[in-house]
Design a protein around this ligand. Structure first.
Ligand code: MTE
Length: 319
């Protein structure tokens, strides 16, 4: 990432690993806020402030879910990367509380090399699809990971509806560009809007989902409301947030991080403990909440579902 202010890779490890300190500080601040409101709120209401309130009922648990214990809701929704709301982990939760603006309709365009393009209102876009809960390991390129209970549906379901034609080799995703709502876009940290891409077989893989929620509730702004991608065998930055466009293309799409630092971030970005980032090792990770680091697994532990897509590829070249 070519960010001269403070690039992900240039963050001192103390900043990457100080999550517990960060949470303690947050809990302290929450405590102060709760103490301040306790005089007017019943205790149960005051302490419920950070609990998830389920809005999606009767979600089936996907067979693709991991049985690992999910990372607490508080961490999932307060320790985020969302550069449109700042480059540090706490800004998105602070600045995206009102995002997206509920008075502005959220529209998603499906276009490019397909026979059934469309410009959908968010509700119409997701209505045909069956939502389920998928608990995935989620590994960030910076060396930390979480276990996140997403709510979503397979991207393949949406792709089948769009009917891509034979020229469609890749899918390109684009985040909203709206510097008024997204203060981070007022600075040239990345080439806005944020874009990402997948090869067509990766996009069709049953593990790839479009997510609309976490912990049974609608996605908070900081997690990429109202709709984002989740690709669990790739580093977290492939999981683009707040999508407004899904386009089928013939050529490999230019993506935000590859544009920013082509020697450091590749198009594929499969989690791979054997291929180091030029400036740090990818062999281990710190699960948020754990004290000790653990070994990182090939394809983030999803090899049986995805390894076949890369059998003829040199994964050192195609990192
Ligand atoms: N999408 C957009 N539009 N902007 C971003 O800055 N950050 C990425 C990814 N998607 C990012 C994004 C990175 S680096 C990570 S690790 C994940 O979102 C973090 O997702 P989470 O905050 O929901 O855990």
């Amino acid at each position: 990432m070519l960010i001269r202010i403070k690039r992900l890779g240039e963050m001192p490890s103390s900043e990457i690993t100080d999550h517990q300190v960060y949470l303690n500080r947050r809990q302290f601040l929450n405590g102060v806020a709760i103490a301040a409101t306790a005089t007017v709120l019943p205790g149960s209401l005051a302490s419920a402030a950070t609990d998830p309130v389920p809005t999606f009922n009767n979600l089936t648990k996907s067979p693709f879910s991991t049985s690992e214990t999910p990372t607490p809701f508080e961490s999932v929704t307060s320790y985020n990367n969302f550069y449109e709301f700042g480059t540090d982990k706490s800004s998105p939760a602070l600045l995206a509380t009102e995002f997206p603006d509920k008075t502005k309709p959220w529209r998603v365009t499906i276009d490019g090399e397909c026979d059934n393009p469309g410009d959908y209102d968010y509700d119409d876009l997701i209505r045909p699809f069956t939502l389920e809960e998928r608990i995935y390991n989620f590994r960030c390129v910076e060396g930390w990971s979480m276990v996140i209970p997403w709510v979503g549906f397979p991207l393949a379901d949406l792709i089948k509806r769009a009917q891509p034609n034979s020229r469609a080799k890749f899918v390109e995703f684009t985040t909203l560009y709206d510097p008024e709502q997204m203060p981070g876009q007022r600075r040239g940290v990345l080439d806005w809007p944020y874009t990402e891409g997948l090869r067509m077989d990766e996009a069709m893989n049953p593990l790839t989902i479009l997510s609309v929620g976490v912990y049974g509730q609608e996605l908070p702004g900081q997690n990429g409301a109202p709709i984002r991608l989740v690709v669990p065998w790739k580093y977290g930055f492939k999981s683009i947030k707040s999508i407004v466009r899904i386009r089928f293309v013939e050529q490999l799409p230019a993506t935000a991080w590859v544009k920013a630092g082509p020697r450091e971030y590749g198009f594929y970005s499969n989690v791979n403990p054997n291929v180091d980032h030029p400036r740090w090792s990818q062999s281990r990770e710190r699960r948020i909440g754990d004290f000790l680091k653990r070994e990182t697994e090939m394809f983030n532990g999803y090899s049986e579902h995805v390894a076949h897509m890369y059998t003829n590829m040199d994964l050192k070249k195609n990192f």
